[in-house]
Design a protein around this ligand. Structure first.
Ligand code: FE2
Length: 204
């Protein structure tokens, strides 16, 4: 079975300073994200073993582990790509992403306000999520609790913000709202637009 691997960051650990500090990025990538990759591989190995033995006594725990660690790996991989150094972060004023946001939220500013409010208000550990919803062909904002809860099935995340404490506590302590507000300095809008192009080509 092919194992999942921890992807490299697309920039240096200090590239998002001062908004996200180097120590947080290192721990987050090398310890937390790596842990989800390990947990995902482990869940798949245990499921394989269960099939081979015909023993599904642990199927509930294994199914949860698969969803939790798998979603954790996916979200972190997307999170790193959702950001870039401030000099490269350019909020769209025209183009496909800009037009779609105007259509679905009224404006880019409205989107940012909803996304920030959703991210700040996640109960416990979780994520703010911008996703493409392929049935209605629209952008939506979701909150994900842990990594896998409150999903709108079929939707494709294209921009995510980690609001687990491990994402900000070293620098921002309990000030999650401040961390969320600073996130806008380092959003990789080009990547979001690219993902919108890819996701909106889906015909589900
Ligand atoms: Fe995280």
């Amino acid at each position: 079975m092919d194992e999942y691997k921890l992807p490299d960051l697309p920039y240096a650990y200090n590239a998002l300073e001062p908004y996200i500090d180097e120590a947080t990025m290192k721990l987050h990538h090398q310890k937390h994200h790596a842990g989800y990759v390990k947990g995902l591989n482990s869940a798949l190995a245990k499921l394989k073993e269960a099939r081979e033995k015909g023993d599904y006594g642990a199927i509930r725990a294994l199914s949860l582990a698969l969803a939790f660690h798998g979603s954790g790996h996916y979200f972190h991989s997307l999170f790193w790509k959702s950001m870039c150094p401030k000099e490269q972060s350019e909020e769209p004023t025209s183009g496909k992403l800009h037009e779609q946001m105007k259509k679905d939220f009224g404006s880019v500013e409205n989107f940012k306000n909803q996304f920030a409010a959703a991210s700040k208000a996640v109960e416990g550990s979780g994520w703010g999520v911008l996703a493409w919803e392929p049935l209605g062909k629209r952008l939506i904002v979701l909150q994900a609790e842990n990594h896998q809860k409150q999903t709108l099935q079929g939707s494709v995340p294209i921009l995510v913000l980690d609001v687990w404490e491990h994402a900000y506590y070293l620098k921002y302590q309990n000030r999650r709202a401040e961390f969320v507000d600073q996130f806008w300095n380092i959003v990789n809008w080009k990547e979001v637009e690219k993902r919108l192009e890819q996701a909106s080509a889906l015909n589900l």
